[in-house]
Write a protein that binds this ligand. Structure first.
Ligand code: NAP
Length: 322
């Protein structure tokens, strides 16, 4: 593999989980010669400088864009349009401009009109994340064996698309390209709807009476806690995702409601076969995800379990020769 840096100067606009992970991975892999970063608040910029994972921290988006041959906008999708307007006049000829937004159609519509014709606009979405945010939350391994979806416009320069794909592969990701509207439909079911359901179920539990609520937390290992991880995701990011991908999520929500009604009917009428068949099908999906390496086969998501209390085993189980 060619070990040369793929880009000369990477500008990261926004430095949270995703921007911070790109910086750490790009540096670890030598994917770029230098990294300049900025963020909206002075507090985040100060923290990024302290972390020492980029070469330079600047005060404005325009200053970050100047001289960069790769600019990646790593901020909530609702803020991408105004940022494109701000950096447009400062982009150098031949630069690649990309983003990491979880919705692609709206980002393309909002950013493209502000970008000069002498740059390559190649939107991207690394399908990788955690429930943490902010400059300290990033880590270099976040993208390893995860997919990064590129949604280049139909007239995009093929070489520029391939160069960005090479960059993401160097960070450990697998890369696939698809049209933006297809991306939004697929992610509507695989990511956005599950988040909406998690936000709903955790909110419903929270509205139960005080006594019951404490039991919800106490007995959460029964399944509830796995929803709480998703429902702990950043509120600004997810507000923007649901507003920006409204049509696709509403479409998926309609189908979900129909399926929920069918299961409710089966339960009410005591139709165990329908319930069993449905659960058998969904169990196979989980196995499929493990088989293609998108999750660990370890039980319970690989959570560590505490050791048994240090107490001698009662006879006859204890070894005789102790
Ligand atoms: P994050 O950790 O919350 O960081 C967001 C960054 O954006 C911060 O540097 C913040 O600056 C800046 N920012 C927030 N609002 C802004 C605005 N109005 N104008 C300019 N900058 C603004 O977020 P993240 O998880 O890295 O997510 C960033 C993007 O990645 C989002 O578009 C999201 O859809 C996408 N994404 C997220 C995940 C995930 O799991 N988290 C996965 C894939 C893609 P301050 O710190 O100064 O406020």
């Amino acid at each position: 593999m060619n070990d040369q840096p793929i880009f000369n100067r990477l500008a990261l606009i926004g430095f949270g989980l995703i921007g911070g992970s790109i910086a750490r991975a790009a540096r670890a892999q030598g994917a770029v010669r230098s990294i300049v970063a900025t963020a909206r608040s002075a507090a985040t910029r100060k923290r990024v400088a302290e972390l020492g994972v980029v070469d330079q921290v600047v005060e404005s988006n325009a200053a970050a864009a100047e001289g960069a041959d790769l600019v990646i906008v790593c901020i909530p999708v609702g803020a991408c349009g105004p940022v494109a307007q701000e950096i447009g006049p400062h982009l150098i000829k031949g630069a690649t401009v990309s983003d990491v937004g979880s919705v692609k159609g709206s980002v393309m519509r909002d950013m493209a009109p502000h970008l000069p014709s002498h740059v390559h606009f190649v939107p991207a979405h690394p399908v990788a994340g955690t429930e943490y945010s902010g400059p300290d939350s990033g880590f270099a391994e976040l993208f390893v064996n995860r997919w990064c979806i590129l949604t280049p416009p139909p007239d995009a320069d093929k070489e520029a698309v391939e160069r960005l794909a090479t960059f993401w592969r160097k960070l450990g990701a697998n890369v696939e390209s698809m049209p933006a509207d297809h991306h939004d439909l697929v992610l509507g079911i695989t990511s956005h709807l599950p988040h909406l359901i998690a936000y709903t179920i955790v909110g419903t539990a929270d509205e139960l009476s005080e006594v019951t609520r404490s039991e919800v937390l106490k007995f959460s290992a029964g399944g509830f806690r796995d929803f709480t991880r998703i429902a702990a995701s950043d509120p600004t990011m997810w507000r923007d995702v649901f507003l920006a991908n409204k049509d696709a999520v509403l479409e998926m929500l309609g189908r979900f409601n129909e399926d929920l009604s069918a299961l409710t009917r089966a339960m009410r009428s005591g139709d165990g076969q329908t319930l069993f068949d449905h659960f058998a099908r969904t169990r196979a999906i989980r196995r499929g995800i493990v088989e293609i390496g998108q999750d660990s086969p370890a039980p319970d998501f690989g959570r560590a379990h505490p050791t048994l209390p240090a107490k001698p085993l009662p006879r006859p189980y204890a070894a005789d020769n102790e």
